[in-house]
Every structure is written in C-alpha cells, then in structure tokens.
Design a protein around this ligand. Structure first.
Ligand code: S3P
Length: 442
C-alpha cells in the first residue's frame, strides 16, 4: 500500500496529454476479439482494468499483442469464443466484468468471474437479471456479487429490455449478448448514458439502430452479426483529463492545455458544470478522432463559485463527481449535488468515501442520501490531512487522484493511504502531475 503525500505546488502550465479512454479501450479489445482478421489500436489505455479485459479475451481464444505503439488483435468471430480454462480475474474492473458477462451469455461456454475486494462488493444483479432472461444461468452468487460462475446459452433468446438504472455497462452487456443471438435484441434507455458501444459496434459493421421516441433512446441490434476488423485511434480519456482540469482551476497561476480529450456529449458534463461555476475552460481545435469528438482544452486558474448541480447531468459525468467535490471545496459558497445514488456502488461508495476524505483534509461537507453538500473555502487552501493521518482510498483510483488534486491546494498536504489503485485507469498520473508542476512530493 504505497501511501503518498500530495503538497501545494507551482502552477500547472504547458501542454500535456492524458492516456486513452478507458471505456473505448475495453471495447476496442472486446470487439476486435470478435472480428475475423486484424484490428489495430493506437492510444490504447494500458491500465490494469483494460489489461484484465485483454487477458480474459485471450483466455477465450483471441490473440492480442503489442507491436511498437500499436496493439494488434486477431479475433475469433462472433459466436467463436472458447471455453476459458481458468477463472477470469477481473481485478478492480466493473466494466470488464459486466460487458464480458454479456458476451459469455450467448456463447455455449461456462465462465467463472472473480475480482478484488472492491469489485466483489459491487452489484451484478443488474446484469444477471437481463442476461438470465436471455437464457444464461448464474451460480454461486446468492447476493448477486462475485465470485460467480455463469453458463451461457447458444442460441440465446432475444429480449427487449428497459434499463431500470442509467448504466452504460448494463446497456452494453445486453447489446453484446445480442450480438450472437438470433433476431433483434432491443434496449430501451430512459436516460442517455455513454454511447461508445453503439458508435463502435456500428463502426465494426454490426446492424445497430438508435431511435429517439418520447425522450427515450431505443437501441436495436441484429444478432449473429459479422464484425469487420478496424483501425482505431483511442482519444484521450475525459475522466482522466478531469483531474488536471480541476487542478489547473484551483492552483493559482495555472494555464494548462490538455490535448486530444474526448468530448462526446455523453461524457462531457464536467466541463459544463465547471464552466457554470466560473471555470475558465476553452475548447480548441474541435475535431473527430476514431468516430468520437475530441478537443484540446485550455484551462486557466479561476475563482470558482458554488452551484446547485442539476441531477440530469449526472450520467454525462458519473465518474467525475469525486473531483468535482474537490473543486467545490475550494469554491466560494455552497455546492449541492443530488440524485447520485449510483455513486454508492462504484469502486467505493464515492459519496461516503469523499465525505470522509474531504472532511479529514479540512473541507466542510455534509453527506445526504444521494449526494454531498459542500461549503467552499472561497479559494483558501484546505488545511490538509493532520499529522499521522491519511485519507482512505478504499481501492478506488478516482478517490486517490481526487484527493491528490486536493493536496495541491492545501496548507499541510493531503496524505493518501494507497496510491496503487491509480494504475487501474491512469498509470502515468503521478509522473504527469510532476511534469505539469514542480510538485514537492514526499
Ligand atoms: C462505463 C460505464 C460507467 C462508468 C464506468 C465505465 C463503461 O458505469 O462508471 O467507469 O465503460 O460503460 P455504469 O454504466 O455502471 O454507470
């Protein structure tokens, strides 16, 4: 458990780029592994979560290698996944687990999924329910948590499924099960979530349609698809850029450009919220990379003001709330957030974990059932963690990085008990932070 103290630093300046998008990286490997022929991927995130997906796809027959800067994937074809010999270790990754369960559901194979302590607490009932309707069977998961074993069914049964929770993982699990299911599988999404699966499956040649009816998204996919191999450039992850955006906003004198950041509207909510708080963020050179909109973001230190965050924007920034809470802790006035129940079932309970972490660092925070109310310091640095104390990361990469950012605007520094989880999504975070600042870290 490497603990680390993050201290106040010089301004963040210059130009950086963040690693590839985690969601798109997972899907590049999975879809490439189902196409016949060679898929080539550059900019792939080489974090532990994505490597867990790669290991699982190899265990089910795909060939996945790196040559220079490029990843090459030789797929088995839709319907061609092989029986894995051993349990699939999903590490910390909910995305790997839920999407792969979708894939296995419509293959006649049996797979056991295991994960770390964080993942083993997270709800899998949300995918077990629709995938069972399609014919998959699940064993050993009385509480709907890992470890569990599933038996897929081929041919599976196409369903029409209305998502009871706003979850791109559940949506994707059903669509991926539908890929190898005869006929049409339908997912109805009352609240839009990240749409990378839809964009990328279409790009790989699947017959997938999206219709908007009465404010709902109706997604249909025709099964027994043939996927064509693709050449993919993965854009920078907006969820990783988020930490540098907030760091530049709260550290006086900062003027930082982050290049090649994905700004897909289903992911870009944080930019909008920070701008509404007075954050000086300019989108430059907006363009398209690999079927996704990207931009370079210029972020300058700003006097932030607290706001009431509209819960309707939550799905478009679901992973960014921990670092938004840090921005709010430095703002003038009060920020309220509501409608964030889903944060309680992420890598940690992000409402409780951030309330405890920010309180320990000297911020004024009130926890409610579905959000946090944060009374900002009006740009005064936070006191920081008391001597001998460290914030509890709870195996959650985004808590570790958010509190590292809080440390940059603190008097005594913020000690984070365990920085190891950062490697799940952003292995170069600490080095990049050092490059953007002249951080005095211990
Ligand atoms: C993801 C979807 C989100 C997000 C996760 C990645 C994805 O989870 O929190 O980090 O790649 O589909 P939910 O779909 O459960 O909200």
């Amino acid at each position: 458990m490497p603990a680390h103290t993050f201290h106040a630093c010089d301004p963040l300046t210059g130009t950086i780029s963040v690693p590839g998008d985690k969601s798109i990286s997972h899907r590049s490997i999975m879809f490439g592994a189902l196409a016949v022929g060679e898929t080539r991927v550059t900019g792939l995130l080489e974090g532990e979560d994505v490597m867990a997906t790669a290991a699982a796809m190899r265990a089910m027959g795909a060939q996945i290698d790196k040559a220079g800067e490029e990843w090459r994937i030789h797929g088995v074809g839709v319907g061609g996944l092989l029986q894995p010999r051993e349990a699939l270790d999903m590490g910390n990754s909910g995305t790997s687990t839920r999407l792969l369960m979708g894939l296995v559901a419509s293959h006649a194979i049996n797979a056991t999924f295991t994960g770390d302590a964080s993942l083993s607490r997270r709800p899998m009932g949300r995918v077990i329910e629709p995938l069972s309707r399609m014919g998959a069977q699940f064993h050993g998961a009385p509480g709907g948590t890992l470890p569990l074993t599933m038996q897929g069914l081929s041919p599976a049964v196409p369903i029409s499924y209305r998502l009871p929770v706003a979850s791109a993982q559940v949506k994707s699990a059903v669509l991926l099960a539908g890929l190898n299911t005869p006929g049409i599988t339908t997912v109805i999404e009352p609240v839009a979530t990240r749409d990378h699966s839809e964009r990328m499956l279409k790009g790989f040649g699947a017959e997938l349609a999206v219709e908007e009816v009465a404010g709902e998204r109706i997604i249909t996919i025709r099964g027994e698809a043939d996927l064509q191999p693709q050449t993919i450039t993965v854009p920078g992850d907006p969820s990783s850029a988020a930490f540098f955006m907030v760091a530049a906003l709260i550290v006086p004198g900062s003027d930082l450009t982050i290049t090649n950041v994905g700004i897909n509207p289903t992911r870009a909510g944080l930019i909008e919220v920070l701008q509404a708080m007075g954050g000086d963020i300019t989108l430059m050179n907006t363009r398209e990379v690999g079927g996704e909109p990207v931009a370079d973001l210029r972020v300058r230190h700003s006097a932030l003001k607290g706001i009431a965050v509209d819960p309707a924007i939550a799905p478009a920034m679901i992973d960014e709330f921990p670092v938004l809470f840090v921005a709010a802790a430095l703002a003038e006035g009060t920020t309220t957030t509501t409608g964030l129940e889903e944060l309680r079932v992420k890598e940690s309970d992000r409402i409780a974990t951030m309330a405890a972490a920010l309180t320990l660092a000297g911020a004024r925070v009130e926890e409610t059932e579905d959000g946090l109310t944060i009374h900002g310091s009006n740009a005064d640095p936070l006191p920081g963690t008391p001597d001998g104390a460290a914030v509890a990361t709870m195996l959650d990469h985004r808590i570790a990085m958010s509190m590292a950012v809080a440390g940059l605007a603190s008097v005594n520094g913020v000690r984070v008990d365990d920085t190891a989880p950062i490697a799940t999504s952003f292995p170069t975070f600490v080095d990049l932070l050092a490059a953007a600042t002249i951080a005095q870290q211990s």
